[in-house]
Design a binder for this molecule. Sequence first.
Ligand code: HEM
Length: 123
Amino acid sequence: MTKQYSLADVKTHNDNRSSWIVIHNNIYDVTEFLNEHPGGEEVLLEQAGKDGSEAFEDVGHSSDARELMIKYKIGELIESERKPVKEKNPDWGNSSTNPDSSNSENAETAPSDLGSSQWHLES
Ligand code: HEM
């Protein structure tokens, strides 16, 4: 059974002794993950005790990251506090980067066309 918590519950876990973060109505206990997070513990602590969905999406986390989260899930928000989830496509690149604009006239890094065929991920 998935446990349910309110935002008020989450709010009490807002430092490095206990860090809970809400992402898309799920609650994650990232206390043990703080010093493993590739993005650093600072950013996690900044979101600890609250809803970090937007911050999480802004980073454009990989699907690996999304898999990894499952491990830290401890529950869900109570129904009355859930928000509609606007998930971005977890695929490479998203809305803001249109493949059409890969008109590599302005080739920043690739030396002629020997470079990687993969398009450049700004993050
Ligand atoms: C349980 C929650 C989270 C997990 C499992 C997680 C996991 C990861 C992973 C695996 C990466 C490496 C890059 C990637 O695979 O996308 C990453 C990078 C990063 N994460 Fe998270 N993350 C979580 C929450 C957050 C939150 C709430 C923020 C808030 C801002 C955040 C900010 C970042 C940043 C800034 C980077 C570095 C991006 C870069 O250096 O290019 N993460 N995270």
